[in-house]
Ligand binder design. Structure first.
Ligand code: 8IG
Length: 283
């Protein structure tokens, strides 16, 4: 039996194996939900909250900050609840989905282990797939607020990694082609793009957005790349869906505001939740 209390205390201790804390979190989730094994995890970012109920039957809800290694969310618009959802499939089989209603961002300053902890916990509960969602800025004028974009690759501009030591993980096909094909089978019009992660919490300067564009980015955000790296290291297949909530700084002549981001999320909400539920049902 894992000592949960010790695991919570020690996540920031370099001597602690963060995977031990993830196992403690998974044991806690199994105990509190009565579900001993989850199959697919979802991380709901800006604009995607509220999708959980559409996926299936809510079996259990846990305030995320009660789970070993998790902390309270820092951002308004993020929901700090972890849910276990039972998905009954048309063929009679069931899937257990673990929905993480919030994430820890690099800019919160709580360290990379907390950024990676959600996907590591998902893997420890048995998940083999994670769906990462986010709200982000768009460099493409055709992608207006409310546009959903599938990530096909990323550029990690945080100058750091969630992995420690000599952990050489291959990121070719990080965003699993098979899962992108499933998303396209639901909505063939979904575009694919390259997501650049900046540390934040400030939005980019227009010159930084222009730089990201020269590098090949279509989207800019403050999450997802570090989680995707940690998820692949933990053995997960990854699907990432971005909601473009604003044109990135300098792409339009409008200034950015967090209110605009929340508004775009609220307006797009019902449509993108339905899309997400239909994709997840096919995974
Ligand atoms: I929502 O324009 C959202 N998140 N870095 N830039 C970055 N993150 C974002 C943006 C944006 N919009």
């Amino acid at each position: 039996m894992t000592d949960i209390t010790a695991a919570v205390r020690d996540l920031d201790d370099p001597a602690t194996d963060p995977f031990d804390v993830a196992r403690a979190a998974a044991a806690f989730i199994a105990d509190r939900t009565g579900v001993d094994h989850h199959d697919i995890a979802l991380v709901l970012g800006s604009g995607w909250g509220g999708a959980a109920e559409l996926l299936g039957q809510v079996v259990a809800e846990i305030p995320s900050d009660q789970i070993p290694g998790f902390t309270k969310p820092a951002v308004a618009g993020h929901v700090g609840v972890t849910r276990s959802i039972r998905i009954d499939r048309p063929d009679g089989s069931t899937r257990n989905a673990l929905v993480l209603g919030s994430r820890t961002h690099l800019y919160e300053g709580r360290g990379l282990r907390r950024v990676a902890h959600g996907v590591r916990t998902a893997a420890a509960t048995g998940c083999t797939t994670v769906v990462l969602t986010n709200g982000c800025g768009s460099l493409n004028r055709q992608w207006r607020p409310g546009q959903v974009v599938l990530l096909r690759d990323h550029i990690n501009l945080t100058a750091t990694s969630p992995l420690e030591g000599a952990t050489f993980v291959d990121l070719t096909d990080l965003y699993t082609p098979r899962l992108r094909a499933i998303a396209h089978s639901i909505d063939p019009s979904l575009p694919e793009g390259v997501y650049a992660q900046f540390r934040g919490p400030h939005y980019e300067s227009p010159a930084e957005v222009a730089m990201a564009g020269v590098m090949g980015a279509d989207l800019v955000g403050m999450s997802t790349t570090l989680e995707a790296i940690a998820a692949r290291h933990a053995g997960l297949d990854i699907l990432a869906l971005s909601l473009a909530t604003n044109l990135a700084a300098g792409v339009s002549d409008q200034p950015l505001s967090h209110e605009e981001v929340l508004d775009a999320g609220a307006t797009a909400g019902p449509r993108i939740r339905d899309l997400l539920a239909r994709i997840v049902a096919k995974i």
